[in-house]
Design a protein. Sequence first.
Length: 611
Amino acid sequence: MSRRQRQSVPCTGASGRAGRGRRAVTGLLVAASVLVTGACAQIPQDGGVQRGDVTITDPGPVYLQPRGPRAGAGPEEIVAGFLSAQAGGVYEDWVTAREFLDEGAAQAWDPTVRTVVMARDPELDQISGPTDETIAGAPTDLDDGSETDEPAEPVVAEIRGQVAVTSQLDAEGRYTEATVGTLQDLSFSLEQQPDGQWRITGTEDGTFMSDSNFSTIFRQTSLYFPSRDGEFLVPDVRWYPSTNTAAHAVNGVLAGPSEWLRDSVSVVAPEGTRLVLDSVVVDEDGTASVDLSQEVLGATDDQRAMLRAQLEAVLLRVSGVRAVEVTVSSAPLDIRTRVDPSRDPMPALASPLVLSGEAVSTVSSSGVEPVEGLLSLAGSDPTALAISVTGAEVVYRSGRTTIRTAATAAEPSRVLLTGKDLVAPSIDRFGWTWSGDMLPGSPLQVVSPDGVVTAVAADWLDGRSVVSIQVSRDGARIAVVSSDGTGTAGQTRIDVAGIVRGDTDIPVRLSDALVAGAAVVAASQVVWVDESTLAVLAQGQTSGVRTVHLVPLAAHSEALSGVEGAEWIASGRGRRAVYVVTTDGELLNRATTGATWTRVAQDVRLPTFPG
C-alpha cells in the first residue's frame, strides 16, 4: 500500500497529538531540580533595610531524558521518536535512539560525525508502506501458527522529508552557520520485524536536534594556541557538550588547532600527549586537575610553560574552575619558567580616530580635536584611514589608487602602494600594511615597514574581488569580505584565514578560509570586535537598510538595529565599542545604552581603530 501522508515532527520534547496527520514527538523530558518556597512566606512590609549575603549556585547542566519506542508504533511514530531521542543521546551514548533501529542499522549508524541544528520541526512524507492509522489495532505478533515453504515477504516502508538547517557542528565541535533557507533532505527506510514491531533499517549519520535543545546541551568553548612568536594566544572556537566540558576542551588542545589555523600558530604539546584517564577532575575549591601522559615530558621547559598557559586560558573560562593543576601520571609537571602571552588585546586607543574636515582627529567627551603632530590631508582626497597597533603611524587611501603615510612635521608623506582600485588598508602588529586591488583575481598585497611590496597567495580568492579586509590584533588571522566578481548585491562572502608568515614575519600566504556569517548578505566592510567576533556593515535581510551585523566565528550572526545612511564602521574591543558613521557625518555608538545608537560626534567620517 502506498500513501503520501505529511506530518510535522517536533523535536523539542513535546508529547501528545497535535491533530490528525501531525504527530508530536514524545521523546524528551527535561529533568531539573526546582527550589520551591513555602506558601506562607511573605515579604516584610516594614522595618529597616538589612544587609545579607546571597550565594548564587550554578544549577549545572540540564539533562534531556529520551524515551524509547512504544510497542505497536507505526513507521511515522518510529521516525518521529528516533529524531526526538537523538538530542538526549549526547548524554547516554545514543542508547535509546538506537532502540528505534534494527540490529544492523544500530551498528552502522554514527551519530558523532556531525550535529545538525534545525530551525523548525521537520516535515516528513510517508512515501510507501502502511501508515500509523492503517496498522492501528493490528496484532504485534505476525506468527499465526500456519506453516509455509517460503518465508513471507518483509513489510517495508519509506519516509522522506526536509529539514531547515541553521547550523552544523563537525565531529570536533567546529561550528558552521548555514545560509538562510538551507534545507537538507531526510530519508528513512523501515521494516517490520518478526515480532511485528517497526524499526528503521537505513538513516542519515549524525545527530539532529532543535535550536533550543542545542543551546541547552552544548557550550561554546575557546581553545587557545600560541602565535608563532609566543606573544599572543589565538582562539579556535569549538562547541562541546555541557557535561565534561573541561575534558573535551583539554582533549581539543592536545589534538591541536583546526587545519585552517595550524600554520599560523604553534603546537607545543608533544605528539601523543593525552589525558591519562580521559577526564579532568574539578575539586570543591574549583581546582581542575589535568593529568597528562608521559609524552609531555618530551617538551622543553618553555613548551611546558606555554602549554600550562594554554590550559589555564581554556579551563579558567569553564564554569566552576578557579585554578589549574598540571600533572604527569599524578606527579606535578616540572615547569621552571612562566610565560605570559596576551589574549584578546585591547586597542591602543580608547576611542576611534576620525577625519574631521581634512584633519585626522581624536574623539573624546570634550569633543573632536586634531591629532597633534599630524599634518592636514587637504588636497589628497582621503577615502580610508588605518592606524598602526601602537598608534604611532597613520596611513590613508588617497582616492582609490594610492596608499600613503600621513605627513608629520618631521616626515613627509610617502607612497606605500599604488593600484587601480585599492581596498581600504589595514596595519598588522608587525607593521605590515595590507591592501590590494579590488579587481577580480587581484592578489592581496603587503608593504613592509621599509617599503617592500609583496603579494600574498590565497587560492580561495581566485576569481573573487576583495571588498574589505582587517587583520586581527594578534596578527595571526585576517578577515576578508569578497564578492564573486559580478557586482550583484548579496553575492558577498565573509571569510577568516590564518596568516602564514616566513622569516622576518613577512606574510607569505593565507590558509584555507573559514567561512563566517553565511546568513549575512551584501557585506561591504569588516572589522574585528574581539578575538572571535567580527562586525560587518551589510544589508538587513528584512528592512533592506544597511546596518552593523555582529558575526561570531562560531555562532549565529546578529543584526543590530538599523542605521539610516550607514556608511562606515569601526570597533574597539567589545560590542559596546562598535561605531558607525552616516552619510550625514554623524558618529554613533552603542556604549551608552547597549540597545540603541547614540550620537557621539558630528561632521566627521572614516572612523578607525588600530589594526
